[in-house]
Design a protein around this ligand. Structure first.
Ligand code: BGC
Length: 415
């Protein structure tokens, strides 16, 4: 009821700006409980403005399957109105000439002044807005079931060393220490958290953004692989192919103690009616306190031929950055609003911590882009990293030192 009232109030203010009805077909991969709830807010708002919403949902966290389907559609000359496209991929689609210019909406709505620069530069191709950001997700989180830790006689770990000690205790008490889904993007999510802890933000940036061969192949990276591989000892044998939200459920229902995952996991805890600080804890991934690995969800907008659909597209662009939408969407999604001028009073401690760390790291160098989410580097380099890291994680007896050198070679070949 409350959601309905809020949506109606938002709609009234948006209707004033909206023009006339068309259709928006929106491609996304928000299919888990928390995600579906979040995206339904956007759908509701578009429909209340008189537009029709054609849902184009392709399941699969990280969006790999969604991107494959999108390529087929776009190449056959039939792209959707908007698609969940992030980071460097926006530039790649822009270069191919598929994306439409949203500068007029951006000017009317002052996007340049309400959005942080780290965000706007990702959304523009050749100086013009071609994508609209929805949120900021922090990726380097540890989600904890405090009850399981208590039953294991363990405290929340703050360093990698502590993490392994806690994990031993949890294992001895008969629980799964780390919930994990063995899909490449989830392996990289774990890997980048370990890399940030071991290398620190500066070398993380050198390795994965500047693609510095010395850091990629060096001793620090060998250590990253050693620590990363140790994580496998604390994951249950059925991890391969498991979805990220099934892994989150294992923490929610007390089967597992912890999960390292972006704060879309919070959307699952919230959808299950759980309270942060009581039923679950959100803390920095071990060894990454005061650092922030960012993932920005965004929709890129395609060139369309029908005038009514182009107008509906602009309604969508405007709605995504509407303040009330930003609040309600991000409360459900687990992320923080992407606008800097928001009232955060309805947000929980996890979101407030995230916002504070996002702001402090924006100026102190601790803010780094996520590799697993396509924010750090091109899709080609990302694919090379995914390959090496996933193969290492799943191999029988892999060699960390050789793998660091292999990583550098693979990245070089993809540059
Ligand atoms: C997206 C999130 C989403 C997660 C799991 C990420 O790539 O950025 O919005 O919740 O995948 O599906």
């Amino acid at each position: 009821m409350k959601l309905k009232q809020t949506l109606s109030a938002i709609t009234l203010s948006l209707m004033a700006a909206a023009s006339y009805a068309g259709e928006v077909e929106v491609l996304h991969w928000w299919t888990s409980g928390g995600e579906a709830k979040s995206v339904s807010v956007l759908k509701g708002l578009m429909e209340e403005q008189g537009n029709s919403w054609k849902d184009f949902a392709i399941a699969g966290g990280g969006g790999e399957s969604a991107m494959t389907v999108l390529k087929t559609r776009a190449v056959s000359g039939n792209p959707p109105s908007a698609a969940q496209i992030k980071g460097h991929d926006i530039q790649e689609w822009g270069r191919l000439g598929f994306l439409t210019d949203l500068s007029d909406v951006a000017r009317e709505e002052n996007w340049d002044s309400v959005l942080p620069e780290v965000v706007t530069k990702v959304m523009k191709y050749d100086g013009d807005y071609v994508a609209v950001p929805v949120n900021v997700h922090r990726v380097n989180w540890l989600w904890v079931n405090p009850d399981v830790l208590k039953k294991s006689g363990a405290e929340v770990p703050t360093t990698l060393n502590e993490f392994f000690k806690v994990a031993d205790k949890v294992k001895a008490a008969g629980f799964i220490p780390l919930a994990h889904g063995g899909q490449p993007w989830q392996d990289i999510t774990l890997f980048e958290a370990v890399a940030l802890a071991v290398l620190g933000a500066e070398d993380y940036q050198k390795a994965f953004v500047n693609l510095d061969m010395d850091v990629l192949s060096g001793e620090g990276m060998t250590e990253v692989f050693i620590q990363f591989r140790k994580m496998r000892d604390y994951i249950d044998p059925k991890y391969r192919g498991r979805s990220w939200n099934s892994a989150t459920s294992m923490v929610i229902n007390g089967e597992a103690a912890m999960q390292i995952m972006g704060d879309w996991a919070k959307g699952e805890f919230a959808a299950a009616g759980k309270t942060p600080g009581k039923d679950y804890l959100c803390v920095s991934a071990p060894g990454t306190q005061g650092q922030f690995t960012y993932n920005i969800d965004s929709f890129a907008f395609f060139k369309l031929s029908e005038e009514a659909d182009r107008k509906a597209q602009k309604d969508l662009a405007r709605t995504i950055l509407d303040k009330d939408f930003q609040e309600i969407f991000n409360l459900n999604k687990g992320s923080i609003p992407v606008r800097l001028d928001m009232d955060m009073s309805r947000f929980d401690k996890c979101a407030l911590d995230s916002m504070a760390t996002f702001k402090s790291t924006s100026t102190n160098g601790g803010l780094v882009p996520s590799v697993s989410q396509g924010l750090a580097t091109t899709s080609y380099v990302q694919a090379a990293i995914f390959d090496v890291v996933t193969n290492f994680f799943n191999a029988k007896d892999p060699n960390p030192e050789k793998t660091a050198r292999k990583l550098a070679r693979a990245v070089k070949a993809a540059m």
